[in-house]
Write a protein that binds this ligand. Structure first.
Ligand SMILES: C[S@@+](CC[C@H](N)C(=O)[O-])C[C@H]1O[C@@H](n2cnc3c(N)ncnc32)[C@H](O)[C@@H]1O
Length: 218
């Protein structure tokens, strides 16, 4: 299993990070971790699926892993305090509240609708070509560029594109912690001539300056 944190962002955070309004018929949250996006999108009638290697964990271990991510994330923010802004959240208490509610919602949904939560890892996902209208990727690619190299990122992008019918959205585009840009991002896009790419501003910022998502369109 990965050492990457299994965090639990809320639907409200996804809505802002990916500037979502109407959702299409089917959506994949790739590297969903403990996020409540899938549960809440399903509630809205969307064919929503979450994939993450953590879903292979025994249930009690998954609960523990998700719960432990909250203090771990707060630790990263404290360590790099100057690299974060609170305009979207307001204050740390509101952020914690959203994450706790999202973790509760996620853990509830995994228990009642386990078919929505598929164990799998980039760069090889267990889905057919063009399975989802929209594929979302929050806080794995680029965020963990200290752990995953350029070749891995290229393979992961190709895989996200493969399982999407029209669009892939990725946020954020910087390293975790201090939030420095990922130097090889332009090279990755150049290696993907089959898709059009756009940097689009979103109504969310937490890491200073990280207010753009990458939209890849087939
Ligand atoms: C920081 S969390 C983000 C979770 C969620 N998207 C959110 O925004 O709260 C990163 C997630 O990526 C998952 N992960 C790690 N390696 C992965 C891989 N190779 N493929 C897919 N997911 C992976 C981890 O298990 C973890 O749940």
């Amino acid at each position: 299993m990965s050492a990457v944190l299994v965090t639990s962002r809320s639907y409200a955070e996804y809505e802002a990070m990916f500037d979502l309004s109407e959702l299409p018929g089917s959506v994949l949250d790739c590297c969903a971790g403990g996020a409540s996006f899938t549960a809440e999108a399903a509630e809205r009638g969307v064919d929503a699926v979450a994939v993450d290697p953590a879903y292979d964990l025994p249930p009690a271990e998954l609960v523990d892993t998700v719960r432990r991510s909250l203090p771990a994330t707060a630790g990263i923010v404290d360590e790099h305090a100057a690299s974060f802004v609170w305009t979207w959240y307001g204050d740390p208490g509101r952020k914690d509240e959203l994450r706790i509610q999202a973790a509760d919602r996620f853990l509830q949904d995994v228990a009642v609708a386990p078919e929505r939560y598929v164990a799998g890892s980039l760069p090889e996902l267990p889905f057919e070509d063009e399975r989802f209208d929209l594929v979302l990727c929050s806080h794995l690619l680029f965020t963990w560029a200290d752990k995953y190299d350029q070749d891995w990122h290229l393979a992961a992008l190709r895989e996200l594109i493969r399982v999407s019918r029209s669009e892939v959205r990725i946020f954020p585009l910087v390293h975790q912690g201090a939030g420095q840009p990922v130097a090889y991002l332009p090279d990755l896009l150049e290696a993907l001539p089959e898709v059009s790419s756009e940097f689009r501003k979103v109504p969310y910022e937490f890491q200073v300056g990280a207010d753009q998502m990458l939209v890849l369109t087939r």
